[in-house]
Ligand binder design. Structure first.
Ligand code: COA
Ligand code: ZN
Length: 311
């Protein structure tokens, strides 16, 4: 298949269902079940798993068992454990659990920053400067996720110049990787292509990850546009679970098994054993107590064949 020159032959996936997925669920998933689930996910070839968040248990009660989960899961070579962290207190809790990566979170827009974190983007940046000092010498990779990069449910469009300025400030502080998040599925492929090309051109040495929600059915199209611009790192969520509880109208992330299926069908190496991943995905409705949006687990892979109808 002929692809444009930028299109990478290989991508890597950060599985965010244990964090982005569970944070918005109506029911608490018992700690033991979370641990078994993350252990199963870590055998499927995923490069990274966002196992939980070290947030206020009042803000995100479903992840109040973060420390228990992270200390009990099996650690495997080649699978980094990352955790979402909003502030210094979360950083200290995460470092105590020997995580591989800390994924700091802030918003590109004021309103979502205040609704989600009670911090403006500027206050988050100030907090991150302290966090980087706290993490010095720890060897932990420090990533930052920029929520509402592609649009804010309160304010609408976030100017690209603002996003680029925030990315510049993050990198200037010493943040090692940046995730551009479409928190409520407002991005479109043309916008994604333009921003991805801009950041890759300006900061070629920085690992950029793209985080899409499928709220308006554009998740896979946006992932494809990002890949065509040269992006190799994606967040995705098993079953298509997910959403920010403090972003009205939020719904699930782009579905991991559907994303893997799409890229593998196109000949792009995801590193993931899709059959193994589909087995874990098949057990998801039982784990969380309801159906999930993922498509491939229901339809089967595109090589599924049916018998001809009887005459
Ligand atoms: N982990 C655990 N507890 C924390 C914490 C953390 N990272 N940060 C703050 N707390 C506790 C404080 O100790 C305090 O506890 P107390 O009431 O028992 O004294 C309480 O939370 C309030 O602390 P404060 O610093 O005033 O925080 P806040 O109420 O202004 O909330 C955040 C700010 C960032 C901690 C909170 O909004 C949060 O955790 N948000 C996460 C949102 C999220 O994960 N959204 C989805 C992902 S995008
Ligand atoms: Zn998200």
């Amino acid at each position: 298949m002929n692809q444009p020159v930028h299109c990478p032959a290989k991508i890597e996936i950060n599985e965010v269902a244990p964090r982005d997925g569970l944070q918005i669920e109506a029911q608490f998933v018992p700690t033991e079940a979370k641990i078994r689930w993350i252990d199963a996910l870590s055998t499927t070839g995923l490069r990274r798993i966002e196992a939980t968040s070290f947030t206020s248990p009042k803000a995100i009660p479903n992840l109040r068992d973060a420390a228990e989960v992270v200390t009990a899961i099996q650690r495997r070579d080649g699978v980094d454990i990352t955790v979402l962290v909003p502030n210094v207190k979360g950083t200290e809790r995460a470092l105590a659990c020997q995580v591989d990566e800390i994924n700091l979170v802030m918003s590109a827009s004021n309103s979502h920053g205040l609704a989600n974190l009670r911090m403006t983007p500027e206050q988050s940046l100030a907090q991150f400067a302290t966090i980087l000092e706290v993490c010095q010498g720890s060897g932990v990779f420090i990533n930052a996720s920029l929520s509402t990069t592609f649009g804010c449910p309160f304010e609408g469009k976030v100017p690209e110049t603002r996003v680029l300025s925030l990315v510049e400030q993050l990198i200037g502080l010493g943040i090692q990787g940046v995730t551009l998040c479409d928190t409520t599925g407002m991005a479109n492929p043309a916008q994604v292509k333009q921003l991805c090309e801009a950041v890759l051109e300006r900061w070629p040495a920085t690992p950029f990850t793209l985080h899409f929600h499928n709220t308006r059915g554009m998740g896979l199209a946006n992932a494809l546009a990002a890949w065509q611009a040269g992006i190799t790192r994606f967040d995705a969520s098993l079953g298509g679970l997910g959403g920010c509880p403090f972003a009205p109208g939020a719904s699930g992330n782009v579905c991991t098994e559907d994303l893997v299926h799409m890229f593998e069908e196109m000949g792009v190496d995801t590193g993931v054993d899709l059959d193994a991943l589909l087995e874990v995905a098949a057990n998801l409705p039982e784990l969380i107590g309801h159906k999930v949006p993922g498509q491939v687990v229901k339809a089967g892979k595109s090589n599924r064949r049916y018998p001809m109808p009887a005459k």
